[in-house]
Design a protein around this ligand. Structure first.
Ligand SMILES: Cc1ncc(COP(=O)(O)O)c(C=O)c1O
Length: 454
């Protein structure tokens, strides 16, 4: 059996080979590679142990070729981001630490890293320093965490203790969202007992922004959800009039800024997301634009008491401390040390590196749109951030171009529906993407557009 040092050296060698090979391989795996993996995985639970080195070799031989190369520079699907070298290395070390980031007592080291990571995140995003925070699995759970705090606080203000008595018999809450709110936000409303369908949908404009000239009346306990960064167009709801309206009616304002909130970390783009600091809670992702490994979302709540009232836990064996115990701020209890990678990202980039990465990706998105438009594509959105929505004639032809691009493998772009049109969706959000990658990708997409085969 290989000793541990040899095994870990083998793993890091294979990981480096994998990453170095991404540039030369198609972004999507060959269907045969996925089939080979499935065939290799078939079979019952093994009766006998296997050598760890063989387990690793199996994963590399069968798993690596079947992966999507979203750690590489030309994956433009789903606002994915890559993993900065410092964060990947930190992830390996944190795996060895195997800390349970439940509380200070469980892991003083990662609790200290989490305090600093959260403080730096608020600095980077220029959000109130007093806000309470939680590192969770992604923006879906960050929205959940913030909106649980919002729900309980607006009910408490109406004289109802939802934490103790639940929602049965509680005063109704008005929840307002834009027509273009992200699907995960709607799911979260149902998870919180607020219902997918009983929300008030505010009409949006051609970019998917909530229209501030067509706002419903808010009455009683209310929560308004703004979006910083539409998942297709990248557009921002107009924060100033919407927050004036919501706060004027005593509503809690929540921001789903899964990727768009990072505009606040880039001086050239901060104007897009100005006034969002006046909200009461914010959800964003670190695994998107901060480029840490999956999974990592961030929930921030202006009043830390509102967050801890919704999330706190007690039990005879759950020993609290004088310091911040994560279990009082997060929906989960035992959890991995996401703080290590967030800290490593912010430490390695610094304020200037973070701004440069976000601004570069936005410049690259503009170049992508320009290059595609010059080659005959129709750009359907105002490219204000890192998102490009492109159509290539009718729905059928656009779908064909998307399929050809995915098959060609130079880059990967997904499909979407935008304002009733079938479209290609391009998200530029990786630290690894160079200007040359953008040019290569434009050529590949235009090659797919120019092909005449059915
Ligand atoms: C605006 C918005 N909100 C929420 C989410 C959900 O994020 P996650 O998949 O990290 O839960 C996304 C994902 O793209 C998003 O763009």
């Amino acid at each position: 059996m290989a000793d541990l040092r040899t095994l870990l050296a083998d793993a890091s060698g294979r990981a480096a080979d994998y990453l170095e090979g991404l540039d030369a391989r198609p972004v999507a795996p060959a269907p045969e590679a996925v089939e080979r993996l499935r065939t290799a995985l078939a079979g019952p639970l093994p009766e006998a142990p296997s050598d760890a080195a063989e387990v690793l070799a199996f994963l590399d031989a069968h798993g690596s070729p079947a992966t999507i190369a979203n750690a590489g520079p030309r994956y433009f699907g789903f606002v994915t981001g890559g993993a900065l070298p410092a964060t990947l290395a930190a992830n390996v070390l944190a795996g060895a630490w195997d800390q349970n980031s439940l509380s200070w007592v469980n892991s003083p080291a990662t609790a200290a890293l989490e305090e600093t990571a959260l403080a730096w995140l608020k600095e980077a995003l220029d959000l109130p320093g007093e806000a309470g925070g939680a590192l969770v699995t992604g923006a879906t759970m960050a929205n959940f965490t913030c909106l649980a705090a919002a729900r309980n606080r607006v009910l408490r203000d109406a004289g109802w203790d939802a934490d103790r008595d639940g929602l049965f018999g509680a005063p109704p809450i008005t929840v307002a969202v834009g027509e273009e709110a992200h699907a995960s936000l709607i799911k979260v409303l149902s998870m919180l007992g607020l219902g997918r369908d009983r929300v008030v949908r505010v009409p949006v404009d051609g970019q998917g922004r909530m229209r501030a000239d067509d706002l419903p009346a808010l009455d009683g306990p209310s929560v308004v959800c703004l979006q910083a960064g539409n998942v297709n167009s990248g557009a921002f709801d107009p924060a100033e009039p919407l927050i004036d309206w919501a706060h004027g009616a005593g509503a809690w304002v929540h921001v789903d800024g899964a990727f768009g909130l990072w505009a606040r970390a880039a001086p050239d783009l901060a104007a897009l997301a100005q006034d969002y600091e006046r909200a009461d809670s914010w959800a964003t992702d670190a695994h998107k634009w901060l480029n840490v490994p999956y999974d990592c979302g961030i929930a921030l709540v202006r009043d830390p008491a509102a967050l801890s009232q919704a999330m706190s836990i007690s039990g005879a064996y759950l020993i609290g401390s004088e310091r911040r115990d994560a279990m009082d701020f997060t929906p989960d209890s035992s959890r991995r040390a996401r703080s290590v990678e967030v800290w490593a990202a912010l430490q390695s980039l610094g304020r200037s590196g973070l701004a440069e990465m976000v601004q570069r990706n936005c410049r690259q998105a503009r170049r992508m749109a320009e290059g595609l438009a010059q080659g005959g594509a129709e750009i359907l959105n105002e490219v204000c951030l890192n998102q490009v929505v492109a159509a290539f004639g009718d729905a059928e032809h656009t779908a064909r171009v998307i399929a050809r691009v995915q098959e060609d493998g130079t880059c990967w772009c997904g499909g979407t529906e935008w304002q009733g049109r079938k479209a290609m969706r391009i998200s530029v959000s990786s630290w690894a993407t160079t200007d040359a990658d953008i040019e290569r990708s434009i050529e590949a997409i235009l090659r797919a557009l120019g092909r005449n085969d059915p």
